[in-house]
Design a protein. Structure first.
Ligand SMILES: *Cc1c(COP(=O)(O)O)cnc(C)c1O
Length: 353
């Protein structure tokens, strides 16, 4: 037993999958379960598989490599690096793409490996991360359709990643219209129309999704959150992953730093409110392993003051719990903390079954 550790409750993840899949099925939507939030740990991916998810997406080949023996369609959801074309074709069935040059390399890799690789063409719809421009997509689709070792599976789009742009009926209409134009151009139907991530979840049952038949869901499954408005998905659990850290110091200290002040460890100048003497605790965990801004103490009487590489400082003055050095404290995690914590070698992972 070592700290910090992330305690993973597979039943809660199962619960979230069931709720999300049911809602998706009622609306004729397939769910691609996105696994990057937990580094594609096979133990958790098995829960995805056992509960009806047939397709998983991860941003890294090294993660997809871990689940080669699981009977799932594996999708690389970060557009591929040309330098990894062979591995992409070897370890994933489908990849999301936005560069014709890269797809040509995947085609070559496919020839070498005597394998057909599926591609989903991403379309830029305003969030300004990856995607072909709508005006180039028809020509690209036509070219890709001719490639011998590439199978054009469909088209997709991305929202609320860089620009914070939320999917709406207008975007859905545009994507559906593009789908039909592409189909006309290549003379056949597309299989997958992937309409976004957890930020599209709130659309289910609310608006007509037209041709969209797939959503890529990570945070919704892991933390029960739709990400357009940051709301909890009804019936889901947000505590399937709990961080437990050990307290290494408790002292009453001033609430405002004293002495001549420059920058903190990360080049910032933090502001502090003077609240007099406060009881503070230090936990043995920090920014190396977690995004401290997305840690949420389970004890409502605890407030996070700040973190450095290896320390998290919290105010415990208002807590009803009698904390002691050597005891632990628990936190819920946001996506940022989860991503980093699950990939950190300094963080223990423990499964509750
Ligand atoms: C991370 C990611 C997702 C999943 O996003 P969530 O907000 O976790 O649902 C979907 N698609 C792409 C391309 C991603 O990078």
């Amino acid at each position: 037993m070592s700290y910090p550790k992330i305690k993973i409750d597979l039943d809660k993840i199962k619960n979230n999958i069931n709720i999300i899949l049911k809602k998706a099925q009622e609306n004729n939507i397939d769910i691609m379960g996105v696994t990057k939030g937990f580094a594609c740990e096979p133990e958790i991916v098995k829960v995805f598989l056992e509960n009806g998810i047939k397709m998983v997406g991860d941003s890294r080949i090294i993660n997809l490599k871990k689940i080669q023996n699981l009977d799932l369609i594996k999708v690389l959801i970060r557009i591929p690096m040309i330098s990894t074309a062979l591995e992409v074709v070897k370890y994933s069935d489908i990849s999301l793409n936005s560069e014709i040059k890269t797809i040509e390399e995947l085609n070559k890799a496919g020839k070498k490996l005597n394998k057909t690789h599926g591609v989903i063409l991403m379309v830029e719809q305003g969030d300004l991360r990856e995607g072909f421009l709508p005006e180039e997509i028809l020509e690209v689709a036509y070219e890709v359709e001719k490639m011998e070792n590439i199978n054009l599976e469909g088209i997709g789009t991305n929202f609320t990643c860089v620009g914070g742009v939320i999917p709406d009926s207008n975007k859905i209409f545009q994507l559906s219209q593009l789908t039909e134009k592409v189909e006309e151009k290549i003379g056949r139907k597309l299989k997958i129309i992937s309409g976004g991530n957890s930020s599209s979840y709130h659309q289910l049952g609310e608006v007509d999704l037209k041709r969209i038949n797939n959503l890529r869901i990570g945070e919704g499954i892991l933390l029960g959150r739709e990400t357009a408005f940051g709301e909890n998905i009804l019936g889901t659990k947000d505590d399937g992953f709990i961080l437990e850290g050990e307290i290494i110091e408790i002292k009453e200290k001033e609430s405002v730093p004293y002495g001549r002040r420059g920058m903190d460890a990360f080049g910032k100048k933090p502001e502090f409110k003077d609240r007099g003497l406060r009881k503070r605790a230090i936990l043995a965990l920090g920014k190396q392993d977690f995004e401290c801004e997305s840690l949420y103490p389970i004890d409502k009487g605890v407030e996070i003051i700040g973190g450095s590489s290896d320390h998290l400082v919290v105010d415990i003055s208002d807590s009803k719990i009698n904390y002691e050095v050597g005891k632990t404290m628990e936190f819920k995690m946001g996506y940022g903390a989860l991503l980093r914590g699950m990939t950190s070698i300094y963080v223990d992972k423990e499964y509750k079954k």
